[in-house]
Design a protein around this ligand. Structure first.
Ligand code: F6R
Length: 244
């Protein structure tokens, strides 16, 4: 297993360390392909990347991005859509070319076609150099929920009640939380050359331990990362407290 774990003392430090890793990848290969995540965890690291762009000239001009997932049924202009999240937290504050930023196509009614197109777009871009991941309390990565097997490619998922409940904090009511999302599959994620997983807070401590030190099982989707050749996990002290 080739997982490097960094336990930072605070959320701010976790964000700085993770942003440094992403900035390093961009500096080393200005035309790199980044896989990106949304959620609460990466907000601090995106803010740090924006700061590095502003203060240190970190340029995203030649970077291509593919987000992990998107809700079905929300327009890209909806404040809870992941497209909007990315613009709000990163894209609108750096010099990235929006034409090179991608989220799974949730407008396409043909699910199989939308999935094929996303996989092909990633492949045509040369594959993901560095994939950023958060982790759900049930071990999901992207929207790959605990299941009987590991989904290979981009697909449409029906969100579990616990994930809808967890995400409802960002919506006016639970009813407004979409019931489906399109997400990269576990296979898509595992093809990234390098993976950076971030986690913070005590609510993530048990799942971080299970994912990194427990058995590899689709019941804990993130546990598959133990089989990836190049994974870095950056967590704060609270999320890392149960790691041996
Ligand atoms: C978001 C995503 C999800 C989140 C996970 C953790 O694009 O794919 O898997 O990374 O739900 O979310 P937070 O960071 O809000 O705890």
């Amino acid at each position: 297993m080739t997982v490097t774990t960094i336990v930072a003392p605070t959320y701010e430090e976790m964000s700085r360390v993770a942003a440094d890793i992403i900035a390093g990848a961009v500096r080393e290969k200005p035309s790199c392909v980044l896989g990106l995540a949304t959620g609460t965890t990466p907000i601090g690291l995106y803010a740090e990347l924006v700061r590095m762009h502003r203060d240190e000239g970190l340029s995203f001009a030649d970077v291509t991005t593919f987000n992990l997932d998107e809700y079905v049924g929300l327009e890209g202009t909806h404040p809870q859509s992941y497209r909007w999240f990315m613009r709000h937290h990163l894209f609108d504050h750096v010099d990235i070319d929006l034409a090179r930023t991608h989220t799974p196509d949730v407008a396409c009614p043909d699910e199989a076609e939308a999935s094929r197109a996303y996989e092909k777009a990633i492949e045509d871009a040369g594959g993901v150099d560095l994939q950023l991941l958060g982790i759900g309390q049930n071990g999901h990565i992207g929207f790959n929920e605990p299941a009987d097997d590991f989904p290979k490619a981009t697909h449409t998922v029906t969100l579990t009640p616990s994930t809808r409940e967890a995400n409802s904090r960002l919506f006016a009511s639970l009813d407004e939380v979409p019931r489906q999302a399109r997400t990269m599959g576990i296979g898509t994620i595992m093809r990234a050359r390098r993976i950076l997983l971030v986690a913070n807070g005590s609510a993530k401590a048990a799942i971080v331990r299970d994912a990194l030190e427990g058995p590899v099982t689709p019941r804990v989707p993130a546990s598959i990362l133990q089989f990836h050749p190049d994974v870095t996990v950056v967590c704060d002290a609270e999320a890392g407290v149960l790691l041996s």
